[in-house]
Design a protein around this ligand. Structure first.
Ligand code: AHG
Ligand code: MN
Ligand code: MN
Length: 362
């Protein structure tokens, strides 16, 4: 039986309060990065600030989704023929508003809009960037309180295009041309990760002060992992090489740390984020229902491929490096194999029908 002397004295738990001195804010970090480029105008920093602001608004609304009328679908379908959730529409709107207000972006491509959206901004900004985004990824999970995310990819407006009236073609650049990419995961905590091609940095939102704080500097993913994420409900429509790889992952062999473990949330950002942190592979291959895969090249695969590579991982469609694929359409789909270098290479070897192909460092 407990006595009053067992009751711990309430005391201030230092872990409950962020010591601001310990952490850099996203804003400070961006400014420091900008200072490394003497001719920088600050436009890119302002663009990131606009994105992070929209993310905070989406985060705020999502945290009370069950209390305000944002559960469920709008009754509309988006350009992909998928049911649009109210939060999809809301997130799309918040990102477009923030980017328009900021004025640094001249063209937006969004999963929730059939055409690319010219910003025709009248504000002070330079308007020299193109932003492609999945405003809310995994949105069908919101109604059941499961983590979702936002994915974004940033390009420069190429020479020869008018920033007042940029055509869609300006956005159709291969992933290698991205100047930055990132995602926000609205999970048990909210994190924003991004890269500009110089490593990956992760920031955790401290909701009490409304700031993203640098919690995961220079993030690297394990070269080998033990997690695999795929919707195995479609197993019978996978090509033979992939079925063989999945079977191999599930064999018992202590030397190679098998069987691997299945983890599949059905929310790409969340599945990717977990695997990035712990080591693993995420796969969305061609299936009977989606013969070209389900995920979209321009605002799902490319930005995550940029992050994965910058964190020491790998991303391909099973054969070709994702970031080298030449896009033809804003909403085109691609099969995707992404995550720890060794696991993606092995998946590629199985897909090529050469499972014994020597892998570097194995
Ligand atoms: P979105 O909500 O942006 O349309 O994306 C849903 C995607 C992705 O997040 C997830 O990994 C995948 O759909 C799940 O698809 P299945 O239900 O076919 O596994
Ligand atoms: Mn998505
Ligand atoms: Mn989406």
């Amino acid at each position: 039986m407990s006595t009053s002397s067992d009751v711990p004295t309430p005391r201030k738990n230092p872990a409950m309060e962020t010591e601001l001195g310990e952490f850099k804010t996203l804003e400070q970090f961006i400014i420091e990065q900008q200072d490394q480029f003497p001719h920088s105008t600050g436009a890119f920093s302002r663009l990131l600030r606009d994105i992070s602001l929209a993310a905070k608004i989406v985060n705020r609304d999502m945290r009370k989704a069950g209390l305000i009328d944002i559960y469920g679908s709008t009754g509309e379908t988006n350009v992909q023929g998928e049911v649009q959730q109210k939060m999809d529409a809301l997130a799309h709107r918040e990102f477009v508003l923030a980017l328009r207000r900021g004025g640094e972006c001249c063209l937006i491509g969004s999963e929730e809009h059939a055409e690319a959206i010219p910003m025709s901004t009248t504000s002070e900004g330079d308007g020299k960037y193109i932003v492609l985004l999945d405003p809310l990824d995994g949105s069908s999970n919101i109604d059941v309180c499961v983590s979702v995310g936002t994915i974004f990819s940033i390009y420069r407006l190429p020479d020869g295009y008018d920033k007042e009236e940029p055509e869609l073609e300006a956005a159709l650049q291969p992933g290698t041309q991205q100047v930055a990419a990132g995602y926000v995961v609205y999970g048990s905590s909210t994190m924003l990760l991004y890269t500009t091609g110089d490593g990956v940095n992760g920031f955790t939102l401290d909701p009490s002060i409304g700031e993203f704080l640098l919690s995961h500097p220079n993030l690297q993913t394990p070269e080998r992992g033990r997690l695999f994420s795929i919707n195995s409900g479609y197993y019978h429509s996978f090509e033979e090489g992939l079925r063989n790889y999945l079977d191999w992952l599930q064999e018992y062999d202590s030397e190679t740390n098998r069987p691997a473990k299945t983890r599949y949330i059905g929310s790409f950002v969340s599945d990717f984020h977990r695997n990035l942190m712990k080591g693993g592979i995420y796969m969305y291959p061609a299936t009977q229902g989606n013969p070209k895969g389900k995920l979209r090249l321009m605002y799902e695969a490319n930005p995550m491929a940029f992050i994965a590579e910058q964190a020491g991982g790998r991303a391909s469609d099973g054969r070709t490096r994702i970031m080298e694929k030449e896009p033809e359409k804003l909403h085109e789909r691609t099969p995707l194999f992404i995550g720890s270098e060794e696991m993606v290479q092995r998946a590629e070897a199985f897909l090529a029908g050469e499972p014994e192909r020597a892998l570097p460092d194995t």
